[in-house]
Design a protein around this ligand. Sequence first.
Ligand code: GSH
Length: 232
Amino acid sequence: MEEQNKVVLHGMWLSTFAKRVELALKVKNIPFNYVEEDLKNKSELLLKYNPVHKKVPVLVHNGNPICESFVIIEYIDETWKNGPKLLPEDPYKRAQVRFWSKFMQDQLFENLAVILKTEGEAQQKAVKDMHEKLCVLEKGMKEYFPDGKPEVDDKNVGVLDIIFCSVFGVYKAHQEVLGVNMLEADKFPVSSSWLMAVIELQVMKEAVPPHEKVVQFLQFLRQSALSATPAS
Ligand SMILES: N[C@@H](CCC(=O)N[C@@H](CS)C(=O)NCC(=O)O)C(=O)O
């Protein structure tokens, strides 16, 4: 790696936020060094580079830190013109992509975290909420994709594909730990076929962490959250 174009990603292997940055770099074929952070014992460098949030991911480009996953992805897209354009050029399409990225993040990912950390009635409510949000996504994607069908092409991977994969790429582990299949093909034909096509892309396949490792970690997170919350 040339010294004047040095790229370092500070991440954590199961962080969806770090994963999307890793995917953006890989989709654009940008060489980078990866630093795995222990989030219980953050490195001096992470605290120095992200003193505001103290979170991963942080991308360090030629010594300059950039924080917040979406900000980093936009930076990558603007800095490296090679490879697919992650966000569309057209301002309206760009706005749509930002809108749905935020929806996936704020609504779907946050909801998934609630399902993981609850049980009984609270979990059932969170699953129901998720179902409603996935209905919204399904309708939105039907309108977003030309001809109502997902367009996935390894030469044309975009930020929505990346964020969708970072949230649901480990859906089999979600299914195993939570016992629910969120993206059922008969209920959500567009979103589920989109996910299947995205996770089959070589770049995504290589980046998805091993199933057993994800299952163990999610079980650990779930148990820790449930034992910390008194049953209501
Ligand atoms: N809004 C941030 C969220 C990043 C985030 O929540 N990172 C988590 C890992 S998934 C983290 O570093 N947590 C450490 C902590 O909260 O102390 C982004 O988009 O990058």
